[in-house]
Design a protein around this ligand. Structure first.
Ligand code: NAD
Ligand code: TYD
Length: 369
């Protein structure tokens, strides 16, 4: 079978990556999608069980830091487009082990960029028709003021006048955001130095099915199920802008195909929430869908010491993406949370296998260490 495009997606076994892989495999049967993932603790092929047998899908277990392997994959699959999501992604882990973040997020991105450069420059048409699309985060911009603590008219933001735009100065605070900022700079440097056709997008907090249960929303859903405390850092007043993961995947599809080379696009939900309000919404939703009496899980909410260097507020201005490419989020937050809670309640074994470590053992046996 010949394919019209050969796209390498890194980190496709993770949360966002699995939604992107599914969208591309299903929407573009004439593209070959090569999912390259190391299957770290956060990678789970169960996320892609429904598309694993498709003729246009290939999974390769590999570390993006393995430069020779990346060279070989570029050649073997004649890759003409890269969508790069593989990363260490959890801020709390970055505080404990920053080296792992520098390794994968910085050196891994550089290893992939260099492999793309070597392969594409060896082709007669060079960079024509090629694309290196790097997925990044709004956390590189640092933190915004919380100048309107009560929020706007609907009670959920904006919590301040300022928003992150594509020209906001990079001011990362956590080892995670510092490593992502560094990788963003390397990607832009490969455009400016070698002429590689690159694009960078910086997205706000994602939520939805298949998110690893160490992140706020799935952690709370799982802890309520087990009657465990819901840890709210500090006073719960930190604000994040939340986007449903399928909306992010749609944005990635749009930008990969129609975004302008060398540009940055911010992607956000225009949907600011304080952490404490989210936890309360989850408590209400889980209790209602589980048939618990109203307020049943409320007493699980537990204020714990704040995260070190905890950014106060993130809020994204995605008007450039809206104006240029017509993208807008489609899923309202209350609707997205309802879908997400339902998914976790209907797929309890997915979380249970992760928390029990069973799935890791399965893939270790299947693919080796
Ligand atoms: P995730 O932790 O769920 O998934 C990361 C995936 O990358 C996993 O499958 C893991 O096995 C793989 N991986 C890690 N190190 C690797 C390596 N060295 N080689 C190959 N594969 C490796 O992360 P996510 O939440 O899906 O985030 C995906 C990307 O989107 C990241 O680049 C992240 O910075 C970015 N992002 C995430 C959010 C969010 O809210 N989750 C928001 C904006 C941007
Ligand atoms: P998280 O899901 O880790 O995403 P990020 O740190 O990338 O924004 O956290 C979202 C917000 O929730 C963040 O302000 C930290 C807070 N938080 C808690 O209050 N308790 C928790 O147990 C976790 C994991 C996060």
């Amino acid at each position: 079978m010949t394919f019209s495009r050969n796209i390498l997606i890194t980190g496709g076994a993770g949360f966002i990556g699995s939604h992107v892989v599914r969208l591309f495999v299903e929407k573009y049967p004439d593209y070959r999608i090569v999912n390259v993932d190391k299957l770290t603790y956060a990678g789970n092929l169960e996320n892609l069980r429904d598309v694993a047998q498709r003729p246009n899908y290939i999974f390769v277990k590999a570390d993006i830091c393995d430069h020779e392997r990346m060279n070989e994959l570029m050649r073997r699959y004649a890759v003409d487009g890269i969508i790069h999501l593989a990363a260490e992604s959890h801020v709390d882990r970055s505080i404990l082990d920053p080296f792992a973040f520098a390794r994968t997020n910085v050196m891994g991105t550089l290893s992939l960029l260099q492999a793309a450069k070597v392969y594409w420059e060896s082709q007669p048409e060079k960079y024509a028709g090629k694309r290196f699309y790097h997925i990044s985060t709004d956390e590189v911009y640092g933190a915004l003021e919380l100048s309107r603590p009560q929020g706007g008219a609907d009670g959920h933001g904006p919590y301040g006048d300022e928003l992150f735009t594509e020209t906001t100065r990079y001011t990362p605070h956590s080892p995670y955001s510092a490593s992502k900022a560094s990788s963003d700079h390397f990607v832009r440097a490969f455009h400016d130095t070698y002429g590689m056709p690159t694009i960078v997008t910086n997205c706000s907090n994602n939520y939805g099915p298949n998110q690893f249960p160490e992140k706020l929303i799935p952690l709370c859903i799982d802890n309520i199920r087990h009657g465990k405390p819901l840890p709210v850092y500090g006073k719960g007043e930190n604000v994040r802008d939340w986007l449903y993961v399928e909306d992010h995947a749609r944005a990635i599809d749009t930008i990969f195909h129609r975004g302008r080379i060398a540009q940055t696009y911010n992607i956000g939900g225009n949907n600011e929430w304080r952490n404490i309000d989210i936890v309360e919404l989850i408590v209400e939703t889980v209790d209602r869908l589980s048939g618990n009496p109203e307020g049943y899980s409320e007493q699980l909410i537990t204020f714990v010491p704040d995260r070190a260097g905890h950014d106060l507020r993130y809020a994204i201005d995605s008007s450039k993406l809206h104006t240029e490419l017509g993208w807008a989020p489609a899923v309202r937050f209350e609707e997205g949370i309802e879908k997400t809670v339902r998914w976790y309640l209907d797929n309890q074994e997915w979380t249970d296998r992760i928390t029990s470590g069973q799935y890791k053992e399965y893939y270790r046996r299947m693919y080796g260490e």
